[in-house]
Design a protein around this ligand. Sequence first.
Ligand code: CMP
Length: 139
Amino acid sequence: AIERTFSMIKPDATKRNLTGAITKKLEDAGLRVVASKRVWMSRRQAEGFYAVHKERPFFDELCEFMSSGPTVVQVLEGENAILKNREVMGATNPADAAEGTIRKEFATSIGENSVHGSDAPETAAEEIRYWFSDTEVVG
Ligand code: CMP
């Protein structure tokens, strides 16, 4: 089925001017960018977005990093978009990521791992709603 998923290009990647290179990998996989904007999120926005992780030992480090520079938030659309996006991203830890994936090619560590993508339909809908209004998503 045609799905929508939420994707973020993280500060380590925007800093290295990789927005285009990462977006090209997503597009080459058949995903369409139907919404996109560059945001420098506040610490509070990062904490809200990653609220499910608030008990994790890396939560502070994660929110500090995500608010340390610009991020590009996107909505991707396509056949099986949620799973497809996760395949193109590769494993969370770049050391475990498969050849040709975004994290294998660009990520430097488990924390600075260049991209985020939703893991399920419910979280995709929630994450899209967190960053975009309906009129900003243009299919
Ligand atoms: P992401 O898909 O954005 O969702 C949660 C993030 O937490 C994850 O990618 C990682 O970047 C980050 N993360 C997971 N484990 C660790 C860790 N051990 N140390 C730092 N960051 C982590």
